[in-house]
Design a protein around this ligand. Structure first.
Ligand code: SF4
Ligand code: SF4
Length: 430
């Protein structure tokens, strides 16, 4: 499988953003493109987007912590009009997201997307990292791990290692490098390809107390709880650990897999646990085929099948429905085929707060929207990668020609849900 992008930065660059004269024209083209499409005027508030069925969330990745990429991705997708940016529950990552949002709003005064942090109640695919000791790897290994990684989170080089022995020194060739931890988002594609079984999986659970601290920040609007849905005791423990921090939020999302016949009863059980403290909107993220959107067209089928089942479930608990897991440029077409794209349904999308939804039975879209992760990162990531290979760690607005290119990609994807005029994006405003 081809690499989608390659970046190895982990620190926020301190460089001053300078824009040369040629690039200034390009920055004007960025502004013109956003104005031509009309994003500032057609963007609705995030909760209205959920109601209309045109909510778009960028998933930076629950374990992806490369703050340079995260800042630039947040900037580009804010300009493209997303409603929410979902990121790892880590203070520096949250700061990078907010920095990207504010940098975007300095270019064009758009409404601020909600910032969501993702946590898990127990072991979960999204909360793990690959790990191995490169010195343990045979020197002649063809390194399939490196090639298969969609985040280019594995970097290996041949080097010499000299060991001091009693009779002198011994020099031998070894591999150095390994997993770039902050870039690994736990997709698991490297695990089965290692012919020597050298790669370990390190799983972790986000700490509830640290999460509660983050939720009290003024620049965090939402939380997403990833759960297997099979054992509500873990969900209950996390929920009680988050305590009163929930009251600061605008949205609580629960990301769950398709549990077949027991999906709705599991949702019911979790909703019952949340209900006493739930005074904001809530959303169910239908996680079809996790972390696979970049693989291809077929990856999106599972989340659409999941949506078909839940949209038809009349007895499910309150909350918006949103697709994730395998979502890509084909997702909206799949929804349209199932007549689920922005089709109205009488649903109940929040507890009972009439000030939030106008009515307990507001006329809402049956599917609130779509979240894009690996695919969204891939299409913009390759431009970020190209910029970094030319200019090193950089703020993308300092290189508006790259920003324009990245924005066109992002608008193409976000526009499938937001129904932007594709012909205007295609003109590229040159
Ligand atoms: S788990 Fe996925 S992201 Fe992490 S190193 Fe392996 S292939 Fe790369
Ligand atoms: S495939 Fe396995 S043995 Fe080969 S470089 Fe990667 S981790 Fe090492």
């Amino acid at each position: 499988m081809a690499l989608s992008f390659s970046c190895t930065a982990s620190l926020t660059p301190q460089r001053q953003v300078k824009v040369n004269i040629g690039s200034k024209n390009c920055l004007q083209n960025v502004k013109n493109l956003i104005k031509t499409i009309g994003i500032p005027t057609i963007s609705t508030t995030p909760h209205k987007s959920l109601q209309k069925g045109n909510w778009v969330k960028l998933i930076c990745g629950a374990s992806f912590e490369d703050v340079v990429d995260i800042r630039n991705l947040s900037l580009v997708y804010t300009l493209a009009g997303v409603d929410c940016i979902d990121c790892a529950a880590d203070a520096s990552v949250v700061s990078a997201v907010n920095e990207g949002i504010e940098a975007a709003r300095e270019i064009v005064p758009l409404r601020r997307p909600w910032v969501m942090i993702s946590v898990n109640d127990h072991e979960d695919l999204h909360f793990r990292k690959a790990e191995f000791d490169p010195e343990d790897c045979p020197l002649d290994c063809s390194r399939p791990c490196e090639n298969v990684c969609p985040a280019n989170a594995i970097s290996l080089e041949k080097a010499n290692s000299t060991v001091q022995l009693s009779y002198g020194t011994n020099t031998r060739g070894v591999l150095t490098g390994g997993v770039i931890t902050e870039r690994c988002y736990g997709c698991g594609r490297c695990f089965p390809v290692c012919p020597y079984d050298k790669i370990r999986v390190v799983t972790y659970v986000r700490d509830a107390t640290a999460t509660a601290e983050l939720l009290r920040r003024h620049d965090v609007d939402a939380v997403e709880i990833h759960t297997s849905g099979r054992q509500t005791k873990f969900f209950e423990e996390l929920w009680s650990g988050l305590a009163d921090s929930i009251r600061y939020l605008k949205l609580v999302a629960v990301s769950l897999p398709d549990l077949g016949d027991s999906t709705v009863s599991s949702m019911d059980a979790m909703y019952t646990i949340m209900e006493p403290q739930l005074h904001c909107y809530n959303l169910w993220q239908l996680d079809g085929r996790p972390m696979s959107g970049d693989i291809g067209r077929g990856a999106t089928r599972e989340t659409i099948a999941f949506a078909v089942c839940l949209a038809a479930a009349k007895d499910r608990p309150l909350g918006f429905l949103q697709l994730a897991g395998g979502t890509n440029a084909h997702t909206v077409d799949g929804l349209k085929k199932e007549r689920l794209f922005q089709t109205p349904a009488i649903t109940k999308n929040s507890k009972d707060d009439t000030s939030l939804t106008n009515s307990h039975s507001s006329l809402c879209a049956s599917i609130g929207g779509v979240a894009y992760g690996g695919y969204a990162r891939k299409i913009v990531g390759r431009i970020l990668c190209s910029m970094q290979s030319q200019h090193g760690l950089a703020h993308i607005e300092g290189y508006p020609e790259y920003l324009l290119e990245a924005l066109i990609e992002a608008l193409g994807l976000v526009g499938t849900v937001k129904c932007y005029d594709r012909t205007l994006i295609g003109k590229r405003n040159k």
